[in-house]
Unconditional design. Structure first.
Length: 340
């Protein structure tokens, strides 16, 4: 069932992707704002209460509906899983930026590429050279693909196999969303999340994404250059100890990008773009912006060739081969359950 649910969701999402600002994503933004205003009292235990309400409660609600529908009809439960995956899983929520920037670079229009990158990530890209445009597009796209596809697949597959339906997909995506949404430090006065809530959301997200990030990294290694990917992953762990501040948004991102750099032999890491605009409402489940206080890293964090436009095509191939790998694994798991 898991295989067919993912397959149907991906097919529907490719044919009819959710529009930006759709009512589902707007509803989740409103839910996160309400929880923040109602439960965030500035203490750590209040932060955990708010996080649990914002993330765990919708996941449990999704599970209860799944169990109820299973009592009525397996087909209804299957349709529910497809609907949840359609909202939480897919490339089309961010891939249009990647495609437009790649086309602009192919045409030699670096100005348009910078403008699109700035619009996508709400950053200042006005002085980026061509290779840095490509590098940032690769990094953001890989992270977005992980958070919109592979991380969702990991949590959905595991919990669905245990009988929890699509609750894992909701848990993963909402955890990522609230950590990003509540992480804005320049929100309107009186509406921003407290430091305690931001810390709780970030901590929970790092824990939830720990295993999926490494599964995605391993998948990239399998379908890419395995030895180089594992070597880059190992070098990153040696260069950035577990108790050190990672040169990316969090250590999970660093592991993923290190493995990606080795898988396609491209240099990733370096200067992180500073955010220049923080919108009043984050764009739902779509790829979000960097924190306004993002730390600047001036030293490259991986080896490899200088980023080129050709690497963008390599990344597309890497991601789609990983999707095929995941689908094959899901098909085998589904077959094993049917035969068992």
């Amino acid at each position: 069932m898991s295989f067919f649910a993912v397959l149907f969701a991906l097919m529907i999402e490719q044919a009819r992707p959710l529009a930006r600002g759709n009512w589902v994503h707007a509803g989740f933004r409103g839910w996160a704002r309400w929880v923040n205003r109602s439960l965030d009292a500035g203490k750590t235990h209040h932060g955990w209460l708010a996080w649990t309400t914002a993330v765990v409660v919708p996941a449990v609600f999704t599970l209860l509906i799944h169990w109820l529908l299973m009592r009525v009809s397996v087909l209804l439960a299957f349709a529910w899983s497809v609907a949840i995956l359609y909202v939480t899983l897919g490339f089309r929520q961010f891939s249009h930026y990647f495609t437009d920037i790649r086309d602009a670079l192919d045409d030699g229009d670096e100005t348009t590429a910078r403008e699109l990158l700035a619009e996508w990530r709400q950053v200042d890209a006005s002085e980026l050279p061509r290779s840095e445009i490509v590098r940032h597009v690769i990094e953001y796209s890989v992270l977005a693909a992980h958070r919109h596809v592979f991380g969702v697949l990991a949590w959905f597959s595991v919990l669905a196999a245990l009988g929890f339906g699509p609750a894992g997909a909701v848990l993963y995506r909402l955890s990522e969303f609230v950590s990003r949404y509540w992480g804005y430090k320049h929100s309107s006065p009186g509406e921003g999340a407290s430091p305690a809530l931001q810390a709780v959301a970030t901590q929970a997200w790092v824990v939830i994404d720990f295993v999926p990030a490494r599964l995605t990294s391993l998948g990239f290694a399998v379908v890419g250059s395995f030895e180089e990917a594992i070597d880059a992953w190992r070098n990153y762990n040696q260069r950035v100890p577990a108790n050190a501040q990672a040169p990316f948004e969090n250590r999970n991102d660093g592991v993923l990008l290190a493995a990606t750099s080795g898988a396609v032999n491209v240099r990733l890491g370096g200067e992180v773009l500073k955010a220049t605009v923080v919108p009043d409402a984050a764009p739902g489940f779509e790829a979000g912006e960097l924190d306004g206080d993002a730390r600047i890293v001036t030293e490259s964090t991986s080896s490899g060739r200088e980023p080129e436009v050709a690497h963008l095509r390599s990344i597309v191939g890497l991601v789609w081969r990983s999707v095929v790998l995941w689908m094959v694994l899901l098909a085998l798991l589904t077959l094993a359950r049917l035969l068992g």
